[in-house]
Ligand binder design. Structure first.
Ligand code: AVJ
Ligand code: FE
Length: 493
């Protein structure tokens, strides 16, 4: 059978690919490999560690089991959008082929929770390694593998089924210990970690699928022409403190880069009440913003993106008119949608207006108020719903800025959460008191390199649980594929 033969052929090339083949330039790995946690923990005296040895309750196992199943259904639905033939494509040159992600989501869960956490015996160590790490190479240093280097879909799917079955069985047995925050790989909190890992991939997988042509995907909704944008105001924020980060006493999962909580003094500033729209950004494009080297960093100016394109990645010019590359096809460019751009483009636009991007601390102060009376969300304490903004997989494309006023801050700043991540001026750095998570030491630490910037908020494809105040996202400044927008700030005084 043709299928079986293809399997055998691909199987052999995996063996090749899994060996450490010398590459011209090693792409950055998303993790430092096998968990550093082996044998007894050194922190047995902390209360969390003592509690952590108690088996997690049935209720906790039911919650994480349910949330894991929901997250799997989400990523399964994404893979089901594309025909099998397309899964060997590499829609973004700096990322792996789609088939890698099909294996990665299952390998990640298995490696962390079953192999490292519960000590189960690997059933396919080669694939455990092949699918362990994503990549984040800098420009021009992308991966060079070919489609034939990857195993056949039947093999990848079988691997995924076995990995899932082992984890489901462990959850049904109640195999995980009780600690939720700063978990070891055998704690219930490590299952939360795996769930959030999968949910983040559900978003970045959408960026990948977005780049495939419409005919590669099942039909889906196209965004309708949006209503006009509300007027943009400048909202004054008085000097004062902002609270960043997360209390160690919170007993639920958070990533290492969210710790520790600390206050920062923020001088007075004014912030745009809403995001920069396509219509506004178009004026920058038409005024020659991409041709003015004084607006760009030397790296951005040299970059392929700037040299080869003169407009946002999600725009395309046809017959003299601008169109928008929506998830399921091209549509007329919606003037009032937030513009999705790279950090370099956002910064160039802000400079052109004589303004700046908000720092992470300014974002916190505008979105969540003062440390004395901090809000959980820009609108207050209410659990995020579709009334508050555009997030939680509500759709694949943005909506008009300011279209969810229930999600505004008390001062009327809109969409600080949802409808597109907010680029900040802040490089991704550890907060004071940072310690890598034992369960995944490289998750953040591998990216504290000055070459990534913090994004806050969320996009239409961001899971609701990732909208928490302390969550931080990061990408390289020239990466144009993120559903990321921005607004401008001006220092006062
Ligand atoms: C936090 C979204 C930048 O996609 O590179 C996934 C998340 N880390 N697998 C990324 C991540 C490892 C990460 N971001
Ligand atoms: Fe990953």
């Amino acid at each position: 059978m043709a299928f079986a033969r293809a399997d055998a052929r691909r199987r052999r090339s995996v063996v090749k690919a899994a060996r450490p083949t010398p590459r011209p330039k090693t792409p950055r790995r998303n993790s430092r490999g096998r968990s550093a946690l082996a044998g007894p923990r050194s922190t047995e005296s902390t209360p969390q560690a003592r509690n952590g040895r108690v088996a997690a309750s049935r209720a906790v196992h039911e919650r994480i089991g349910q949330q894991l199943r929901e997250a799997r259904a989400g990523t399964d639905a994404l893979f089901a959008l594309v025909g099998d033939d397309w899964l060997y494509e590499r829609p973004i040159p700096e990322r792996h082929r789609l088939v890698f992600y099909l294996g990665h989501l299952e390998a990640f869960d298995w490696n962390l929770l079953c192999r490292d956490g519960l000590g189960l015996k690997p059933f396919d160590p080669e694939l455990d390694r092949l699918f362990a790490f994503g990549i984040d190479p800098s420009e021009g240093a992308g991966p060079k593998d070919s489609a034939a280097d990857w195993p056949a879909l039947a093999i990848v799917r079988r691997y995924g089924e076995r990995a899932r079955a082992a984890l489901d069985d462990a959850l049904a047995r109640g195999a995980f210990s009780g600690r939720l925050s700063e978990p070891a790989p055998d704690d219930a909190g490590a299952v939360d970690l795996a769930i959030e890992h999968r949910l983040m991939h559900a978003e970045t997988l959408a960026y990948l699928l977005h780049q495939l042509p419409g005919h590669a995907k099942a039909p889906g909704p196209l965004p309708a022409p949006p209503p006009p944008a509300p007027p943009r105001r400048s909202v004054e924020v008085a000097a004062g403190r902002a609270r960043l980060g997360r209390e160690r006493s919170d007993d639920s999962f958070a990533w290492d880069n969210e710790y520790a909580a600390h206050d920062v003094h923020v001088p007075a500033f004014a912030i745009d009440s809403r995001n920069v729209t396509n219509g506004e950004y178009l004026r920058f494009v038409e005024a020659g913003g991409y041709a003015d080297s004084s607006l760009w960093s030397p790296e951005a100016w040299r970059s392929r993106q700037v040299a080869a394109t003169v407009h946002p990645w999600y725009w395309v010019k046809r017959d003299g008119g601008w169109r928008y590359k929506a998830m399921f096809g091209e549509v007329p460019l919606g003037d009032s949608w937030p513009v999705y751009v790279s950090h370099a483009e956002a910064k160039a636009y802000a400079r052109w207006r004589g303004l700046a991007l908000p720092t992470e601390a300014q974002y916190h102060r505008a979105a969540f108020g003062a440390p004395g009376a901090p809000r959980s969300y820009p609108w207050g304490e209410a659990t995020p719903t579709s009334r508050h903004g555009v997030f939680g997989f509500s759709g694949f494309d943005p909506e008009a800025v300011g279209s969810h006023p229930e999600g505004d801050t008390p001062e009327g700043v809109s969409d600080l959460v949802g409808n597109g991540w907010e680029w900040t001026a802040s490089p991704f750095e550890p907060f004071p008191g940072f310690t890598p998570l034992a369960a995944y030491p490289g998750y953040s630490a591998d990216f504290f390199d000055g070459a990534h910037f913090v994004l806050k908020g969320g996009s239409p494809r961001t899971a609701i649980r990732l909208l928490r105040r302390s969550f931080r996202n990061w990408f390289q400044p020239l990466y144009p594929y993120t559903y990321a927008t921005f607004r401008c700030v001006e220092a006062r005084g």
